[in-house]
Write a protein that binds this ligand. Sequence first.
Ligand code: AMP
Length: 225
Amino acid sequence: MTNAEKSAVLILLGPPGAGKGTQARMLQDQFGLVQLSTGDLLRAAVAAGTDAGRTAKAVMEAGDLVSDDIVIAILRDRLAEPDCAQGVILDGFPRTEVQAQALDALLGESGQKINAAISLEVDDSAMVTRVSGRFTCGGCGEGYHDTFKPPALSGTCDKCGSTDMKRRADDNAETVASRLEAYHAQTAPLITYYRDQGVLKPVDAMGEINTIAADLAAITRNLHG
Ligand code: AMP
């Protein structure tokens, strides 16, 4: 790995179910970049019962976007932790233009910039099935899917052997519809935002997980030539 890869800032854009979490974890394993998921950070805040978590809970259950102020504050604190110096993959952030501008400003303070905004391109019609079948290992966070990525031994994590599998409260058909709506209204415009910055990398994300991962790995390797 080059030094440039180590300090890379990658963004994964795409609707719920596009595979952002799965691909971010694969890039983390392969390149040592740190996956920063604002959804995970918010779920941790909800579980910990912080003020931000209490405010975010109902919004997340409705499939709407949590306020920019809360999300930007959570992301800023996480980005300041020392492990982020090795490079980050932002998964689920930014989701609005205000967040995108805040990110540019935050990175600018430390002389960093976005190396690539990878847009995972998918058909909306497939997303409800993708999201409603998914679950996660409570032990190590590995993601699974009833149809597309079942564990080898049903109910047992391939990676860590835990049998503590979790499904998200907002991964149901009704909430996914609201989340897709929020994506198209508020997040999809960021595709133009990053195209204008010259960092947009569109990737067809309807195929096999490993094929998409190979495309993303090639983009990451080629970031700095
Ligand atoms: P995710 O795990 O990325 O699917 O996010 C789950 C939920 O957390 C979303 O439906 C939003 O309610 C909230 N959320 C996560 N990231 C953001 C963000 N960057 N801005 C606003 N809300 C967010």
